[in-house]
Design a protein around this ligand. Structure first.
Ligand code: GLC
Length: 418
């Protein structure tokens, strides 16, 4: 099978009926940002299936606009914590927290790719995206600071990033839920988050469930509260894409409201730049300080359209590349917390690379954008469609036959994002 056929075959094999699981067994449900990337991947060869992916994810949308991190379409014993731990009243069952909001970006992408034939389904999706973006503001930035808060590391999609360590230390390790991890039955524990991190992850779930998933209460009481540079950058990008959709499907009032949010977010996101580290950083909203650790999320403001720092950030990527490090390590390889194999503490993730490459390209840093895209393609070509990759020895790690890795390979293979 050639490469394109192999990538398509992974999406087809992970298709569970209109939604694509990230990979068999390890992640047996529909994940939010995975599906947004996967929809773009489907769009390269099956527009109808791309729309279905988006529509099935939105079956999980709550009354208040939240698009949850996980939609539990069908039961499975392969994953913890399942619907009974979340205790969310929704059909289909879902988790109770968000994930990075790539969805509006995906909808615009699928529509533009398909052309006029996609207008009907895009139009039907549009009001749900509007409600979702309003949720972000109401639930996570009620004071309209311009930065949304993250209350659980899982919301960032970068579960065990060292950027969360200090804030996570404030979270107690006791849980009312009995922890029965399934992930380490499927892949090597050395490549996964540690046990103590899991206890804190579940402590937060217990705490939020006890509020009845009340957004206002959660924001008040969470001992973990971060303005994640990744989530905020992805949201700003999504707002721009939503504005493009609003110009086609919305009214003047909606366009003005989105434009106003964009203007505010541009200013505030720029404030996450740290001169000393020469990087964009996340802010701890309890301590008030920037978290002094460079991660791959810190490149994402370029994807959000902030181009002023792109040359400096491109320079850092070139420096790593010239030392033989595969782009883009999720944690600065010179940081003491860097671990080349452990999930978000070092490994390379294809989806993050796609966003960074696209941002760099748009910012006029075409050469580095091509390096990031080429490295991604080489990693996948050599190691397979793994969940993530070791930036030092370039091995594929974690789950195999991974949907979003296949989707990104399809996009990069066509030159999308470069
Ligand atoms: C892990 C990742 C997250 C992803 C999910 C499914 O939890 O950290 O980003 O969405 O797996 O692939």
């Amino acid at each position: 099978m050639n490469r394109i056929a192999s990538a398509r075959a992974i999406l087809a094999a992970n298709d569970r009926g209109g939604y694509t699981v990230p990979t068999d067994r390890l992640y047996p449900f529909q994940w939010n940002w995975d599906s947004a990337f996967v929809a773009m991947g489907w769009a390269t060869f099956d527009a109808a299936r791309a729309w279905r992916e988006i529509e099935r994810l939105l079956e999980g949308q709550w009354e208040d606009g939240l698009v949850p991190q996980i939609v539990f379409h069908a039961p499975s014993d392969d994953y913890f914590p399942g619907p009974e731990v979340w205790g969310v009243e929704h059909t289909p069952p879902t988790s109770g927290i968000p994930q990075p909001p790539v969805l509006a970006t995906a909808v615009r992408f699928v529509l533009e790719r398909q052309g006029p034939a996609g207008i009907k389904r895009a139009r039907a999706t549009y009001p749900k995206l509007v409600r979702n973006h309003l949720w972000w503001e109401r639930a996570r930035d009620p004071e309209r600071s311009g930065l949304v808060a993250t209350l659980h590391p899982w919301e960032t999609g970068m579960d065990n990033s060292p950027a969360w360590d200090a804030a996570l230390d404030r979270v107690p390790t006791e849980t009312t839920t009995e922890i029965r991890r399934r992930d380490i039955g499927h892949v090597d524990a050395a490549f996964r988050p540690r046990g103590i991190e899991y206890q804190r992850f579940i402590h937060l779930v217990d705490l939020f469930r006890e509020t009845g998933w009340n957004a206002r209460r959660m924001l008040e009481i969470s001992p973990f509260k971060i303005a994640d540079v990744g989530t905020n950058a992805i949201l700003l990008r999504a707002e721009r894409d939503l504005l493009a959709l609003a110009e086609q499907f919305g009214d003047g009032g909606e366009c003005a409201a989105i434009a106003e949010r964009i203007a505010r977010k541009e200013t505030v996101l720029a404030g996450l730049w740290d001169e000393a580290l020469g990087h964009y950083l996340s802010r701890d909203l309890i301590g008030g300080h920037l978290i002094p650790i460079r991660t791959s999320a810190g490149f994402l403001p370029i994807f959000a359209g902030l181009h002023g720092r792109a040359p400096a950030l491109a320079g850092r990527l070139e420096g790593w590349r010239d030392r033989g490090i595969a782009l883009v390590p999720s944690t600065d390889p010179d940081a003491p917390s860097f671990e080349p194999q452990r999930y978000w503490r070092g490994p390379v993730w294809a989806v993050v690379n796609w966003m960074i490459a696209r941002g760099l390209q748009e910012a006029g840093e075409g050469a580095v954008a091509r390096s990031v895209a080429a490295d991604t393609r080489r990693l996948i070509g050599d190691a397979g469609f793994s969940e993530y990759f070791n930036p030092l020895d370039r091995a594929g790690i974690g789950g195999e036959a991974f949907s979003w890795t296949a989707a990104i390979d399809l996009l990069l293979g066509e030159g999308e994002g470069r």
